[in-house]
Design a binder for this molecule. Sequence first.
Ligand code: NDP
Length: 386
Amino acid sequence: MAKVLCVLYDDPTDGYPTTYARDDLPAIDHYPGGQTTPTPEAVDFTPGHLLGSVSGELGLRDFLEKAGHTLVVTSDKDGTGSAFDRELADADVVISQPFWPAYLTAERIAAAKNLKLAVTAGIGSDHVDLDAAVAHGVTVAEVTYSNSISVAEHVVMMTLSLVRNYLPSHQVVLDGGWNIADCVARSYDLEGMHVGTVAAGRIGLAVLRRLAPFDVRLHYTDRHRLPREVEQELGLTFHASTAEMVPHCDVVTINAPLHPETEGLFGDKLLATMKRGAYLINTARARIVDRDAVDRALRGGQLAGYAGDVWYPQPAPADHPWRTMPHHGMTPHISGSSLSAQARYAAGTREILESWLAGRPIRDEYLIVDGGALAGTGAHSYSVTK
Ligand code: NDP
């Protein structure tokens, strides 16, 4: 029987919801490109309910306990003596979401003698030391595509919100004011602007598709070019590198994974080559940008705005400079954890557990590490040092 340790974010400050704003979710059975949404044998939760917080338990308790397994859920994940550290000692499976990552460092993996499976309920397994997972034969899986469109929608929202100066204008209303000039002195139309994405994978391409109807000029860079028909359909300009692309862009959105090639990519040097007054949106991973260089670029006017939802570490400390830098539209890490996304990645987590517990192969598209090597999606998107 397995011990499953699930690290989830805290419940709402006023308690676990008893009612919701809406009664149902749209039915979606395929992602763009044809991959099916998760196909567990059953689920024990109501889609549209809060599943990613401690009391939501990703809807896993009945399923696991009826089969004789143990489920431990905690939000206490950092620092020595955390519940995560204590429970990890004999856990077989660890599950966490990138929004509230249980950092599975090499030390923790070495100490977790029973650990066999680490599941990311969502996408992005950079909180797991993949070298250590490979070395210790730990399988790593994530629910590929489950929240890609959720993030793309967040990018579009943040792009419009920065360019049109939405958040400060909304604040004027909350403050009881009506100074139109205060609102519009930094407000522009997106129409006609040059928008570029660093990477055009699932999220980057979805962002391009969603922005195309705004009559913008679209640019991208990626390790591989998109098919010619997609470039033509969307009127895309391809650039061989990020450095070549960003001087042309009014808006840059980062949709690449964090790996050695992208870590610290947007530092003082690259930011200085952007158009003065460009906007930068990063919903990928915080460490792709230099935290303090972004702060400096906003204060000095090189960037007109920065938005995103990824921070390092997470949760961000109260004195993190991005909380107080000017012209930002940051949210906590929420873009991929809408109630719609939660229903998909909770179902995907259940599908992964059903397969793993029954000794069946996990869907290839969910696999990051398996059998002591990168596997499936991981073999394409991630790298390890050995
Ligand atoms: P995909 O794997 O579909 O796409 C990533 C793309 O990035 C691929 O086309 C890849 O190319 C390309 N790429 C990799 N390295 C570079 C580079 N150095 N320069 C340019 N392009 C590069 O991933 P997704 O679109 O699904 O997700 C992107 C990232 O977004 C994830 O890695 C994750 O960190 C983040 N994310 C954030 C979420 C949030 O809640 N904020 C939720 C989900 C994901 P190639 O195919 O050649 O490898």
